[in-house]
Design a protein around this ligand. Structure first.
Ligand code: GLU
Length: 484
C-alpha cells in the first residue's frame, strides 16, 4: 500500500481514555506497518466543552504510550494547521463553495420552529426531516435578512440514493440518503459542525484510511455526502468494535475504565497497555497474547480487525503487564521504578551495586504485576522501613522465638561482609535448626518477621542478599524490643 496517511482526531473534552487510545494505536500501527504517516489533528471547535488542560493531558498520554505523531499539533507538516480552531477560514471557504454551487443555503429557522416541525412529524408518525422554507433562497435574498443569524445547511438532493461504504472492519455498509434531511454545516455562531470540519480536513490532509470508533459509523453518511459535493474521493473507513465491560455492556468512563494516565499511575507499562488494547478488536489469528511494541507493528494487519464487541478485562491487563515486566531488561526496569521510589522516599542500599541491582530484579520480578506493586515489594528492603505487622504477634507467643532471634543476631555479628551471602545464610539457618531443634514454619516465620516485619510473603532466599547485615541486626534489635 502506498501513500498511507491516517489520523487520530481527539477532541479535548476529557482525558485520553482506553477507547481513544485504542483508536490512536490502530491508526499508528497501520501507518507504521505500511510506511505511512500518522497525523494528530485536534478537533476543538466545541468551545463549550473544550479545555486546554485536557489537550495537554491527552498529548502526554499519547507520548507516554509511544504513539508519537509524524505531523500534527506542535509538529510542522504540509497540511497544517492541525488544530481545527485555527482552520475556521478553511471551513468558511468550503461552505462558500457549497453555497455558490447551490449545494448549501442560509437557513433562518429558529429553534422553536424546528421543535414545532419535529413535534408535527412525531404526531404524523413520520421521521423528522428539516423542511426549510429557505432552501431555495438565493444568497442575495438571504443577505437582506439581517435580524436573525442564519446557519448554513447542506441541501440534500431531492432524489434519494444509497451510499455504500466498504468498511475494512465491517464489510459492506449501506446508508440510504433519505435517512437524513438538510443538515447544518456552519452554526449560527459561525462555528462549523464536526461532520463538516472532519470531512474537509480528511480531504485536505489527504487522509487515506480512517480507523475510528463504531459510534462514528452514522456520521459517515454526512461525511460521504460532503466529499461527493466537493468533488473529493472518500477515504477508506474501518469502524472498530465496541469495547464492553465484563458484564457485556458498553464500557463507559463512569463504569471503571480509567484514563491512560491513571493506568500509568497504577504502574502499568506503556508496552503492556498497548498490547492489551491491541487485543481489543484485533485478533492475531494464532495463540500469541504477549507482544512487544515492535511485534505489534510487524504482526498487525487491518484484515484481522473484527467487529464483535471486545471485553475489557482489567485482570488480563494486569497479567499482560506482569509478562512485560518479567521480560524487561533490569536496567530499564530500575530506570522506570526509580521515580516511583523517589516519590515515596524509598532508599534501597543495594542499588549502588550493579550485580545486586540485576539480581534483585530477577529474583523478585515474579512477586509483582505492576510497578506500583514493585514499589511495595522493594519498600521492605529500604534502609529505614521496618514496620512490624500484626501477624507477627503469632510468633511472639512461641517459646523459642526470642532465642531464635538472639541466635540470628549473634550469627550475623560473626559475618564480616556488608551483605549476607546465600552460603552464609544456609549455614546460619542450619546452625539455628540444630541448636533449637526446629524446622519449617517454626524457623521461617520468625526469620521472615525479623527480616521484613511479616510472617508471610517474600522468599527469604530472594531477599537475604539485598538487606545490609547492619540493617538486619538493627531489625533484630527492634523486634526483640517489641517482645519485651
Ligand atoms: N473528534 C472525534 C472524537 O473525538 C473523532 C472523530 C473521527 O475520528 O472522525 O470522537
Amino acid at each position: 500500500m502506498k501513500n498511507i496517511r491516517v489520523r487520530f482526531a481527539p477532541s479535548p473534552t476529557g482525558a485520553l481514555h482506553v477507547g481513544g487510545a485504542r483508536t490512536a494505536l490502530f491508526n499508528f500501527l497501520f501507518a507504521k506497518k505500511y510506511g505511512g504517516r500518522f497525523i494528530l489533528r485536534v478537533e476543538d471547535t466545541d468551545l463549550d466543552r473544550n479545555q486546554e488542560h485536557f489537550l495537554t493531558e491527552q498529548l502526554t498520554a499519547l507520548k507516554w504510550l509511544g504513539l508519537d505523531w509524524d505531523e500534527g499539533m506542535d509538529k510542522a507538516g504540509e497540511y497544517g494547521p492541525y488544530r481545527q480552531s485555527q482552520r475556521l477560514d478553511v471551513y468558511n471557504q468550503y461552505a462558500q463553495k457549497l453555497l455558490d454551487s447551490g449545494k448549501a443555503y442560509y437557513c433562518f429557522l429558529t429553534d422553536d420552529e424546528l421543535a414545532h416541525m419535529k413535534e408535527t412529524s412525531q404526531k404524523e408518525g413520520k421521521p423528522f426531516r428539516v423542511k426549510s422554507p429557505y432552501r431555495n433562497w438565493s444568497q442575495e435574498e438571504a443577505k437582506k435578512k439581517q435580524n436573525v443569524k442564519p446557519v448554513i445547511r447542506f441541501k440534500m438532493p431531492e432524489t434519494a440514493k444509497n451510499y455504500v461504504v466498504d468498511d475494512v472492519v465491517r464489510g459492506r455498509v449501506e446508508f440510504p440518503s433519505d435517512m437524513i434531511g438538510d443538515f447544518v454545516l456552519i452554526r449560527s455562531n459561525g462555528l462549523p459542525v464536526y461532520n463538516f470540519c472532519c470531512a474537509v480536513d480528511d480531504a485536505l490532509m489527504k487522509i487515506s484510511h480512517i480507523f475510528r470508533a463504531e459510534e462514528h459509523l452514522p456520521n459517515t453518511l454526512r461525511q460521504l455526502i460532503i466529499f461527493e459535493a466537493l468533488g473529493w474521493a472518500s477515504p477508506v473507513y474501518g469502524h472498530l468494535s465496541l469495547i464492553l465491560s465484563t458484564d457485556k455492556k458498553k464500557l463507559s468512563k463512569r463504569e471503571g475504565a480509567l484514563s491512560c494516565l491513571e493506568y500509568k499511575e497504577q504502574g502499568h507499562l506503556p508496552s503492556a497497555l498497548n498490547n492489551f488494547l491491541a487485543l481489543l478488536g484485533w485478533n492475531p489469528k494464532d495463540n500469541q497474547e504477549v507482544f512487544s511494541f515492535s511485534e505489534l507493528i510487524s504482526k498487525f494487519s487491518e484484515k484481522n480487525l473484527n467487529p464483535a464487541g471486545a471485553v475489557f478485562d482489567e485482570n488480563k491487563l494486569k497479567w499482560i503487564n506482569a509478562q512485560h515486566i518479567r521480560s524487561m531488561d533490569y536496567k530499564e526496569f530500575w530506570k522506570m521504578l526509580q521515580p516511583l521510589l523517589d516519590r515515596d522516599k524509598i532508599n534501597l542500599p543495594f542499588l549502588n551495586n550493579e550485580s545486586l541491582k540485576e539480581k534483585s530484579f530477577h529474583s523478585l520480578k515474579s512477586s509483582f504485576s505492576t510497578l506500583k506493586e514493585a514499589v511495595e515489594v522493594f519498600r521492605f528492603l529500604s534502609y529505614d522501613y521496618f514496620k512490624i505487622d500484626d501477624s507477627v504477634k503469632e510468633i511472639f507467643e512461641w517459646s523459642h522465638t526470642k532465642n531464635l532471634i538472639q541466635l540470628w543476631k549473634e550469627e550475623l555479628e560473626k559475618v564480616k561482609t556488608e551483605y549476607i551471602s546465600l552460603e552464609d545464610f544456609k549455614n546460619i539457618q542450619n546452625s539455628i535448626k540444630t541448636k533449637l531443634n526446629i524446622k519449617g514454619a517454626l524457623l521461617f516465620k520468625p526469620l521472615r518477621a525479623v527480616m521484613i516485619g511479616q510472617v508471610e510473603g517474600l522468599e527469604l532466599k530472594a531477599i537475604i542478599e539485598l538487606i545490609p547485615r547492619e540493617t538486619l541486626i538493627q531489625r533484630s534489635n527492634q523486634l526483640l524490643s517489641q517482645m519485651c
